[in-house]
Design a protein around this ligand. Structure first.
Ligand code: SF4
Length: 110
């Protein structure tokens, strides 16, 4: 009897854990498969997003915030795996941004 209860408890625990882990795996898979943010996307343009800061339009006042060394990789909004060329960003949900990129809301990681 006690053996069955223990087994039942274990099965319940596994059943409860599966949906949560499946959601995490699904989110990671979605992030990895997300399309690259198009620099011509209206929001990206408004925030002066570029895949390479060398391509910043210096005539745009928002680009004046850029300082050498700032990249998406060291921005507080970057998510996903360290070292990946493209990673999710908190400002552009459902897209990935270039790790070497930059936009005008860049803020240093703490
Ligand atoms: S918010 Fe940060 S990580 Fe996202 S695009 Fe702008 S600079 Fe890159």
């Amino acid at each position: 009897m006690e053996k069955n209860l223990t087994r039942r408890t274990l099965l319940k625990t596994i059943a409860a854990a599966l949906p949560a882990s499946a959601v995490v795996l699904q989110q990671e898979a979605l992030a990895a498969d997300a399309p690259k943010l198009d620099p011509n996307d209206p929001t990206a343009k408004a925030l002066v997003y570029v895949e390479d800061p060398a391509n910043l339009d210096k005539s745009n006042p928002a680009a004046a915030r850029y300082q050498a060394g700032q990249t998406c990789d060291n921005c507080i909004q970057i998510q996903g795996d360290e070292g990946a060329a493209y990673r999710p960003c908190g400002i552009f949900p459902g897209k990935v941004v270039a790790s070497a990129g930059w936009c005008s809301v860049w803020a240093a990681k703490p």
